[in-house]
Design a protein around this ligand. Structure first.
Ligand code: DGL
Length: 258
């Protein structure tokens, strides 16, 4: 029996389950422990210090539970704290997520691309550097979405209030032709159907979940830490809000068709 310890995954809430789904697809035989910090969500409108403190706390909690590697399945926590984590845990296989601008730009070079993310992700230097790399190749428009993750935290993935929120939010940017939308927050893939209804199904939608899962697999493989288990692994959920409803929402989101 080798490397049977779980892969730890965390997010400020239930959004990172969109990344967990990709991890399970890419490495079905691994075990996972998913920590959602719903009690302290949202992170995207907090201060940098607060998000760093919460992120370090979450990683420590997952390591205490025996995680062999960590996926920061939160764009906000990655942009605010991944450098701090790498410094603290130099030996830990650690992968963060960032908005999937690269694949969007390579498919829609010269196009108009909207990046939806939390205010904090868009303000951070990490994101500004990423955008700087591609700004000559496409017209990139940043769209902060305060309030959007809360719909997903409530389990509202297709209600009328969400439609109204998205219509108002996107109205200004869709007056001109949009080629692609990048979902730069792990909660947003759960609203993908409604976003597509609002912007029209000709607009391509990108998210970074699959790329992040494949990167974790590469990292575990090169560290010799892939599990040798056969068959399907298990997924354990923990949540700082720890109610039966919260855990039920987690399982629902893991299995729901996006
Ligand atoms: N899911 C998180 C992200 O990817 C953030 C949501 C929040 O806590 O504001 O950015």
């Amino acid at each position: 029996m080798k490397n049977r310890e779980p892969i730890g995954v965390f997010d400020s809430g239930v959004g990172g389950i969109s990344v967990l789904r990709e991890l399970v697809n890419v490495m079905p035989n691994e075990d996972y422990i998913y920590l959602g910090d719903s009690l302290h969500a949202p992170y995207g409108t907090k201060s940098l210090e607060e998000v760093r403190g919460l992120t370090v706390h979450n990683v420590e909690k997952l390591m205490d539970r025996g995680a062999k590697s960590i996926v920061v399945a939160c764009n906000t926590a990655t942009s605010a704290a991944v450098a701090v984590l790498r410094e603290r845990y130099p030996k830990l296989p650690l992968v963060g997520i960032e908005p999937a601008i690269k694949p969007a730009v390579s498919q829609y070079a010269g196009g108009r691309i909207v990046v939806m993310a939390t205010p904090m992700t868009l303000q951070q230097e990490k994101f500004q550097r990423l955008m700087g790399k591609y700004k000559m190749d496409a017209r990139i428009i940043c769209l902060p979405c305060p309030g959007l993750m809360e719909f997903i935290e409530r389990g509202d993935l297709d209600g009328e209030d969400l439609r109204k929120y998205l219509t108002e939010l996107l109205w200004g940017v869709i007056k001109e032709k949009v080629d692609a939308i990048v979902l730069g927050c792990t909660h947003y893939p759960f609203a993908r159907g409604m976003i597509s209804q609002v912007v029209g199904d000709k607009v391509a939608i990108f998210d970074g979940g699959n790329g992040t899962a494949r990167e974790m697999k590469r990292r575990l493989s090169s560290a010799g830490k892939l599990s040798d288990a056969e068959g399907k692994g298990k997924v354990e959920f923990i949540n700082s809000r720890n109610t039966a409803e919260e855990l039920e929402l987690c399982r629902y989101l893991l299995n729901r068709k996006i």
